[in-house]
Design a protein around this ligand. Structure first.
Ligand code: ASP
Length: 338
């Protein structure tokens, strides 16, 4: 019988009403017991490194989850992480960078309604995550939620209440779960041998000094100078396909180049959720397309850019090495320019 490790971390799925609102209370063991359909399906072990609302997740918690999995990797056939939905997309991306090329499936799931609520999506999400983790063709880090399988770097929480909380951004859903079946989307051949061509690469360092800044009309470029002491990288969500205001004698350009010329990193991305960045299109983006120290988020989610920047800066302080790490396609995170 296959062996699955459940890593329970909290979230709505584990929450019960408290005086001031929902808060995690149930353990991983409690949650599994509430899904009787799992009996006889596989051999389940649960661990509980934390029991928190995912609002309170730190990058150091991603490292803890990664090390729980890495340390027991050989004992199990697959891993299911029970996690709050609010920051699940960040954690799924972070685990995609910390545990790369995993031949075994590492699944994140949770629910919009607590396991103990009368109308809950929790049971189905746990059950379908385990069905996916047991499939011979599953590998790498994925989010399984609302019957969809989404690559760990492409998930985005799109809805606060509906059971289909997550969308796969700029990349197809990898598979759907229908009953007990994993129905693979056409682009991924269900090939059990694919696993054997992979070997887990584990990373243990992140640089959490990364901030996201959203460009809004009249944002002051001087904000960049104010962030210098606390951050090593800024991810700037530009307008449209890559527009940055060029008024006030290119004040933004000067502030951004000052930041990169001091050895820090800027990642440019777009605040438009779909289709990604292309700095070459407009005059208001062109100057940033080839400046040293500026990375481009392409069609990645902001969640994946945050995690990838933390990972890349955690591995090296050298500009060329950071650029090399950032440009790699990892767990389908971006579509490379052809
Ligand atoms: N606040 C909860 C969390 O992220 C929301 C959820 O799990 O749906 O932990």
């Amino acid at each position: 019988m296959k062996k699955i490790l459940i890593v329970a971390t909290g979230g709505t799925i584990a929450s019960m009403p408290q005086e001031d609102g929902l808060a995690p209370e149930l353990s991983g063991q409690d949650l599994i017991q509430r899904v009787p359909e799992l009996k006889g399906l596989c051999d389940i072990t649960t661990v509980q490194p934390m029991n928190i609302d995912s609002t309170n997740m730190h990058p150091r918690d991603w490292l803890t989850i990664a090390s729980v999995i890495a340390e027991r990797y050989d004992e199990f056939d697959g891993f299911v992480i029970l996690h709050g939905t609010d920051t699940m997309a960040y954690s799924a991306a972070a685990l995609s960078y910390l545990l790369q090329d995993s031949p075994k499936p590492i699944v994140l799931t949770g629910s919009q309604q607590p396991m103990a609520a009368p109308f809950t999506d929790a049971q189905l999400n746990v059950y379908q995550s385990i069905i996916f983790a047991l499939n011979p063709c599953s590998f790498d880090v994925n989010v399984v939620f609302g019957s969809q399988v989404i690559a760990g770097t492409r998930a985005h929480k799109q809805r606060t209440m509906s059971f289909n909380a997550f969308s796969s951004m700029n990349y197809p859903v990898l598979a759907y779960i229908r009953g007990d079946k994993v129905v693979w989307f056409g682009l991924m051949e269900p090939d059990p041998a694919a696993r054997t061509r992979r070997a887990l690469k584990r990373y243990t360092k992140l640089d959490e000094r990364v901030i996201v800044l959203k460009l809004t009309p009249e944002l002051k470029p001087s904000i960049l100078g104010l962030l210098k002491d606390d951050y090593d990288a800024v991810i700037l969500e530009t307008f449209g396909v890559g527009g940055i205001p060029d008024y006030n004698h290119h004040a933004f350009r000067r502030a951004i180049f000052e930041w990169t010329d001091s050895g820090k990193t800027v990642v440019l991305t777009t605040q438009v959720p779909e289709e990604g960045l292309n700095l070459g299109v407009y005059e208001v983006g062109h100057a940033f397309a080839h400046h040293p120290g500026i990375l481009q988020g392409e069609d990645m989610t902001t969640e994946a850019i945050v995690a990838k920047t933390m990972w890349a800066l955690g591995q090296s302080r050298e500009r060329e090495a950071i650029e090399g790490l950032f440009s790699q396609v990892i767990n389908h995170d971006h579509t490379p320019t052809s």
